[in-house]
Design a protein around this ligand. Structure first.
Ligand SMILES: C[S@@+](CC[C@H](N)C(=O)[O-])C[C@H]1O[C@@H](n2cnc3c(N)ncnc32)[C@H](O)[C@@H]1O
Length: 234
């Protein structure tokens, strides 16, 4: 599927019938040859947009996978760059590509960091969290940041009802709901559970001040959501 180096249909099916963690462990060696890896053009646009918010020293990539966000942070953070993910397979791949970064195996719903980073990013992973789980993820990122720290990630606008993308996302989510009703362990991945308003509300409830920043990507309906932890009161 996707390319000669990508996973076969059979491999993808086995992965989709596993847990999220096990599924990514299995997919890890071929993950960079799938469309699930965040594309470079989006990473580059994020680097450009975030450049004006620095300076940063230490950066955290949440649900880092094979290290797409670490590639962004290495451009922005001269000191320490850390990737966190719960898939050992994905972390092994990431470590081989970016040996200079720090890699931590942890669940993003219970991040083990306190006030250690100036900037955190996440790419392509919010659909793995049910809406009820999002507050724990955002609270963990808030805790991980230093006062004044920034949490940023791209978020696509809802596709128009008349578009193929709208119906593809609807169909995908419907298939996943049926799969998860019939099969254990669940594989949580939904495209339509992260609407802008709900994500914004959850970030605000976690304590962030939120704004949207346009990305230099003509014709692409994606914005950068930038959430700032308040500076320490003097
Ligand atoms: C679609 S991949 C995205 C990887 C990478 N950020 C990128 O954009 O290419 C989603 C990643 O989220 C990780 N993930 C999903 N749920 C997680 C959780 N609860 N805790 C930590 N990592 C999680 C998976 O292991 C996987 O590496």
């Amino acid at each position: 599927m996707f390319s000669p180096q990508g996973p076969s249909l059979r491999e993808l099916t086995v992965q989709a019938l596993s847990s999220v963690e096990r599924g990514y462990d299995l997919l890890a060696p071929k993950f960079d040859h799938t469309p699930f890896r965040t594309p470079d053009f989006l990473l580059d646009a994020t680097i450009e947009a975030l450049g004006g918010f620095g300076p940063f020293r230490d950066g955290l990539d949440v649900c880092c996978g094979t290290g797409a966000g670490v590639r962004v942070l290495r451009q922005l953070c001269p000191d320490r760059v850390t990737g966190v993910d719960f898939s050992t397979g994905m972390l092994t791949q990431a470590r081989s590509v970016h040996p200079g970064a720090t890699w931590v195996r942890a669940d993003a719903r219970a991040l083990p960091f306190t006030a250690g980073f100036d900037v955190a990013v996440t790419f392509g992973a919010l659909g793995h969290f049910l809406p009820a789980e999002r507050p724990a993820v955002f609270a963990g990122v808030f805790r991980a940041l230093r006062p004044g720290g920034l949490f940023a990630f791209p978020l696509g606008a809802a596709a128009p009802v008349t578009s193929v993308a709208h119906w593809a996302a609807l169909g995908f989510d419907a298939v996943m709901r049926v799969r998860n009703a019939l099969w254990r362990p669940p594989f949580v991945m939904y495209y339509r559970t992260t609407p802008l308003r709900a994500v914004r509300d959850d970030l605000s409830a976690a304590g962030f001040a939120v704004r949207l920043v346009p990305l230099a990507l003509p014709g692409v309906r994606v914005q950068l959501l930038v959430a700032r932890k308040p500076p320490a009161s003097s």
